[in-house]
Write a protein that binds this ligand. Structure first.
Ligand code: IFM
Length: 435
């Protein structure tokens, strides 16, 4: 690989989310869900997580800055900030202000996600995202966040991965509320898009200068047998449901089936983004299968690859991030890689994954994508939803029992990349993993 450099001012960061790192969140739907061990693969709940709420965030963010990162993406916990409808918790807002002030001092540009998967229990009782009234509640909540924290946040993400949430939690049964109803999945996705648009406008009402975007998880889907018309058709159908329908709504303002019965023009959604965030993990090979009803008749088939334990995040394929960035660049706004990473118990796959994906981001930029930053998922091992603690994604290893931290080889590698603002090959030779 040749040396590669990124433009001055490029953001190098890591991403986290409130419930996954804070600990002690007992007023949200995930806490309730975790009370049943069969919901979590290893039976272990978030519990104290990474201890961020109790003070460990300061230590980890300071370390991130020392490692050369110049940005961090975190999320706000709605159930803490608005524990009851219309009642805001001053102390919780003060805690986030303290963190954001520290980030400012550390020269970590703040990217803040308003909503990353967890709902306050009161919102769950309303029916969660299938209740249209939640859109208004979310707009008011976002407005309050903008008022209280807006002076410290240049980059806002409204909602993280709306399609993933809608399909796993409402169409599927693996995340709360686990409705297992495909129509409810489409309904939830429609509401989430409307909530995104409402939040976009609320943020701009308060913080004129803020840049506001939506974060999409966009795996790279390819027909398992490229010559098969059926594999190609189901691949396109899955891509439409995960990504296409959302991009279409953002570009044109039209909500299309299956989000609505008939196409419906929704002016609030039209171009409600100043940037787009791409979460990219891997590739899926899609094969037509009449039995795969819940996957729109397209099974994800495992082809020989380094990933053998689980295919939950797809096969490792850096070219996918390249293609998805170029696809997003057609919407003509700045782009951020808001998440990219791999779970890896031994940290043997991650170093190469990191290098190959960053190089692919660079190739996409050379081909015209206006990428402004890269946020690795994640700074440190954390609670991975239905997988519990069994799939560590961090650059820093965490023992959740003792709260001990240890930098992984991939963390050291990422630090070199951040400090060099690119990949300088002879500096990598000095790393023990490459000797
Ligand atoms: O941990 C999650 C994160 O919350 C959302 N994007 C994918 C990550 C890895 O699964």
């Amino acid at each position: 690989m040749n040396d590669i450099f990124f433009p001055a001012g490029f953001l190098w960061g890591t991403a986290t989310s409130s419930h996954q790192v804070e600990g002690g969140n007992q007023n949200n739907d995930w806490w309730e869900w975790e009370q049943s061990p069969r919901h979590i693969r290893d039976g272990l709940p978030a519990a104290a997580a990474c201890g961020w709420w109790e003070g460990k965030a300061e230590q980890d963010l300071t370390y991130a800055a020392e490692l050369g990162q110049n940005a961090h993406r975190l999320s706000l916990e709605w159930s803490r900030l608005e524990p009851m409808p219309g009642v805001y918790d001053k102390a919780a807002f003060a805690r986030y202000r303290k963190l954001l002030e520290l980030m400012h001092k550390l020269k970590l540009t703040a990217m803040v996600t308003v909503y990353h998967f967890t709902l306050p229990l009161w919102a769950t009782k309303m029916g969660g995202w299938t209740n249209p009234a939640l859109v208004g509640q979310f707009r008011q909540f976002t407005h309050e966040c903008a008022k209280q924290l807006g002076d410290l946040v240049p980059l806002w993400c409204t909602i993280n991965e709306p399609a993933v949430l809608a399909y796993l939690a409402y169409a599927g049964t693996v995340w709360p509320p686990g409705h297992g109803s495909i129509p409810q999945g489409f309904c939830a996705l429609r509401q989430l898009l409307l909530a995104h648009a409402a939040a976009y406008h609320a943020l701009h009402q308060v913080c004129g200068k803020a840049q506001v975007g939506l974060v999409l998880n966009m795996p790279w889907l390819e027909p398992a047998r490229p010559a098969s018309i059926l594999d190609t058709a189901v691949t396109k159908a899955q891509d439409w449901l995960l990504t296409g329908v959302i991009l279409h709504a953002l570009k044109s303002g039209w909500l299309m089936p299956p989000l609505t019965f008939f196409p419906c023009h929704t002016p609030s959604v039209y171009r409600s983004f100043d940037f787009l965030g791409l979460n990219y993990y891997g590739r899926y090979a899609v094969r037509f299968d009449l039995k795969a009803v819940s996957l729109m008749f397209g099974n994800h088939v495992q082809e020989p690859s380094v990933r053998t334990e689980s295919s939950d995040w797809g096969q490792i394929a850096p070219r996918g991030i390249y293609h998805q960035l170029l696809r997003l660049s057609r919407l003509d706004v700045p782009l951020y890689v808001t998440e990219n990473g791999v779970y890896d118990n031994t940290d043997t796959v991650r170093p190469k994954y990191l290098l190959d994906h960053i190089a692919a981001v660079h190739r996409a930029m050379s081909a015209g994508a206006d990428v402004r930053g890269y946020f690795h998922w994640s700074l440190l091992d954390n609670f991975e939803w239905a997988q519990g603690w069994s799939t560590p994604f961090g650059l820093i290893q965490l023992n959740p029992q003792t709260q001990e931290r240890k930098l992984k080889a991939s963390g050291e590698l990422y630090s070199r990349i951040c400090k060099a603002n690119g990949i300088i090959n002879n500096s990598l030779d000095k790393l023990s993993i490459f000797q």
